[in-house]
Design a protein around this ligand. Structure first.
Ligand code: BG6
Length: 514
C-alpha cells in the first residue's frame, strides 16, 4: 500500500488490489431519492472514514436542471438528513468540490458528449486514471438506451482490454419477469462482461447478512448442526412498518413477491442454506449460493394456496394513528390485487435440507420494522427434562437479527435456581451496537467500496437473478391463472393474514413473535 489508508485500521492489511481504486462515480438518476438518501451519504461516510482513494469524484446526471453548486446543496441536504455520520465542516469542502453535475436526457446523444467532456476535465483535475463506475439509478426500461448511448459515445472501456476499468452498477428491479430480466442482462452483456457488472441487492451489504458466513464458517459449533438432522425448520422474516408511501407507481405493478422475495429474501435463503465454500473468491461464493437456488423445489401450482399466501393490507393503525388500506393509498388502483404480504413454505431438495421447511414472509404495514432469520432446532428426545408431554421444552432457536437491532441470540433451556428442577428458556444475546459501539456502516457504503475494489462477492450474478425470476414466475403464473379479483386482507399494524398462520400451523409450527 502506498497511500494514507495504510494507517487506517479499516483498511490496513488489505492488498492494493482489494482497496477501492481511484475512479469517477457517474450516477444516472442523480436527482432521485436513492442518490440523496443512500449514494451521496454513503460516499461521504467513506470519505470521513478515510477509505476513499484521494483521486475520486462524483458526476451526477439526470433530467433535472441543476448546476454543480445546486447538486452540492442537494447532497448537503441529503447527507444532513440521512447520513450515518453528521456533516463535519472541516471535511465538507473537500467532499463538496468533488461533486459535479451535468443535466440531460438519457436518450440524447449530446448529453453523453457533454459527460465525456466533463469526465476528461474531472479526471485531469483529480488525477483519476480514467476508471469509471456507471451507477444506473434509473428505471429498468431506461437501462438499454443508457448503456447503448454510453457505448456509442465511447465512454465504456472495451471489454477485456488492459487499462482503465469501466464498471456498471444496476439497481433492482432487474426486470419485471424472467423475459425482461434476460433482456436487461443481454443488454448489459453487450457492453460489459460479468466481472464488470454489479447487480445490487442491498441486503447483501448489511453487516449482519455478511456475518452469516463468518458465523457459519468461522465457528466450530454451528456447522455440524446445520442440516436436516438437527434443524427442524427455518423462518426468514422481513417485516416493514411503512406502507407503500409514494412509490405506488412502481409497487402497484410489482407487489411483494417481485419487490422483496425475488431478490432480498431468496438471497438470504441462499446464504443460510449454502454449502461451505472452499474459498472467498467471488465466483466460488456465488456458485454456492446459486446451487441453493437450483435446488429450490418449484412450488406446486395446482394447490398454490397451500404453499404460498398473499394478502393486502386494509385500514388499520401505524405508530398509534389510523392509516388507510392499500387500495386507498395515493396512486394505487382502487381495485388493485397487488399483494403487500407474502408467506411461502419452501423446500430445498438437496442432501442437507431434504424435508426441512423454510418459511419466508415479508409484508408492509406490519406492526414493526424487523428482519431476522431464525433457525429452529429439533426438540431433545422426550426423556429426562422433556418427558412431560403436557409441558414440552422449548427447542433451541438461533435468531440472526438483521435489523433494526443487529445481532444474534440463542435460546437455550436452563434450570431456574431453587431446589426443584424447573426449566426456563433464556436468551444468550449479542448486539452489534452494544459490543462494537458505533453504528454499522450502511449497506450502500460497503457495496460501493466493493465495486471500487472490483469485488463482486456481494452482488447478484446473472444466473442467480434469472434463477430467482424463474422460481417466482411459477407462482406469478399460478396467481394469474387463478383469476382472483380480491386478496385476503390484514389490518395495517397486524402480523398479516390468518391464512399465513394456518400455513405454518398445518406443519405444526408457528411464526416467531418479533
Ligand atoms: C427495497 C424495496 O428493495 O427494500 C422496498 O423496493 C423496501 O419496497 C426496501 O421497503 C426495504 O429495505 P430495508 O433496507 O429498509 O429493509
Amino acid at each position: 500500500m502506498t497511500d494514507s489508508r495504510q494507517q487506517n485500521p479499516l483498511t490496513a492489511g488489505l492488498s492494493e488490489t482489494l482497496l477501492p481504486q481511484p475512479c469517477t462515480l457517474i450516477i444516472f438518476g442523480a436527482s432521485g431519492d436513492l442518490t440523496r438518501r443512500k449514494l451521496l451519504p454513503a460516499v461521504y461516510n467513506q470519505m470521513l472514514d478515510g477509505i476513499l482513494p484521494a483521486n475520486f469524484a462524483v458526476l451526477g446526471s439526470s433530467r433535472s436542471v441543476m448546476d454543480d453548486q445546486a447538486f452540492r446543496e442537494f447532497a448537503h441536504e441529503g447527507i444532513e438528513r440521512y447520513s450515518r455520520q453528521a456533516i463535519d465542516n472541516h471535511h465538507w469542502p473537500d467532499y463538496e468540490h468533488r461533486l459535479f453535475y451535468e443535466p440531460g436526457s438519457l436518450d440524447d446523444p449530446q448529453c453523453y458528449e457533454r459527460i465525456k467532456q466533463r469526465l476528461s476535465e474531472i479526471e485531469h483535475e483529480f488525477g483519476i486514471p480514467g476508471n469509471r463506475i456507471f451507477y444506473l439509478a434509473i428505471p429498468p426500461s431506461l437501462i438499454e438506451v443508457t448503456v447503448e448511448q454510453l457505448r456509442t459515445a465511447g465512454l465504456i472501456m472495451p471489454i477485456n482490454e488492459p487499462g482503465p476499468f469501466s464498471r456498471v452498477i444496476v439497481e433492482k428491479p432487474i426486470g419485471h419477469d424472467l423475459v425482461s430480466a434476460k433482456k436487461i442482462n443481454e443488454t448489459l452483456a453487450r457492453s460489459f462482461n460479468e466481472e464488470q457488472t454489479f447487480r445490487i441487492d442491498h441486503y447483501l451489504g448489511k453487516e449482519t447478512v455478511q456475518n452469516i458466513l463468518v458465523m457459519r464458517f468461522g465457528n466450530a459449533i454451528f456447522e455440524p448442526l446445520w442440516n436436516k438432522k438437527y434443524i427442524d425448520h427455518v423462518q426468514i422474516t422481513v417485516a416493514e412498518e411503512e406502507g407503500v408511501g409514494t412509490r405506488a407507481g412502481y409497487y402497484d405493478r410489482a407487489g411483494a413477491l417481485r419487490d422483496m422475495i425475488q431478490n432480498h429474501l431468496l438471497q438470504l435463503l441462499s446464504l443460510i442454506a449454502m454449502e461451505p465454500p472452499w474459498s472467498m473468491d467471488a465466483d466460488v461464493i456465488r456458485d454456492h449460493r446459486m446451487d441453493v437456488l437450483n435446488c429450490l423445489r418449484p412450488v406446486a401450482t395446482d394447490n398454490i394456496d397451500q404453499h404460498v399466501i398473499r394478502a393486502q393490507y386494509g385500514p388499520g393503525t401505524s405508530h398509534g394513528a389510523g392509516v388507510p388500506g392499500y387500495r386507498r393509498e395515493q396512486d394505487v388502483d382502487p381495485e388493485s390485487i397487488t399483494e403487500t404480504y407474502v408467506a411461502i413454505r419452501a423446500f430445498i431438495d438437496n442432501w442437507r435440507w431434504s424435508g426441512v421447511p423454510f418459511y419466508i414472509r415479508t409484508g408492509k404495514r406490519l406492526p414493526k420494522r424487523s428482519s431476522e432469520i431464525a433457525i429452529h432446532f429439533k426438540a431433545v428426545p422426550p426423556i429426562l427434562f422433556n418427558a412431560d408431554t403436557n409441558n414440552p421444552l422449548e427447542p433451541n432457536v438461533l435468531a440472526l437479527s438483521i435489523q433494526p437491532d443487529e445481532g444474534l441470540s440463542l435460546r437455550i433451556a436452563t434450570k431456574l435456581p431453587g431446589p426443584k428442577v424447573r426449566i426456563y428458556p433464556v436468551k444468550m444475546d449479542f448486539r452489534y451496537g452494544s459490543t462494537f459501539g458505533n453504528p454499522s456502516p450502511e449497506a450502500y457504503e460497503r457495496l460501493l467500496l466493493d465495486v471500487m475494489a472490483g469485488d463482486a462477492t456481494l452482488f447478484m450474478r446473472r444466473d442467480a437473478v434469472e434463477a430467482s425470476w424463474a422460481w417466482i414466475e411459477n407462482i406469478l403464473n399460478a396467481w394469474k391463472s387463478s383469476g382472483a379479483r380480491w386478496l385476503p386482507e390484514y389490518p395495517a399494524g397486524s402480523w398479516g393474514p390468518l391464512e399465513a398462520d394456518r400455513l405454518v400451523e398445518s406443519s405444526n409450527h408457528s411464526w416467531r413473535k418479533l
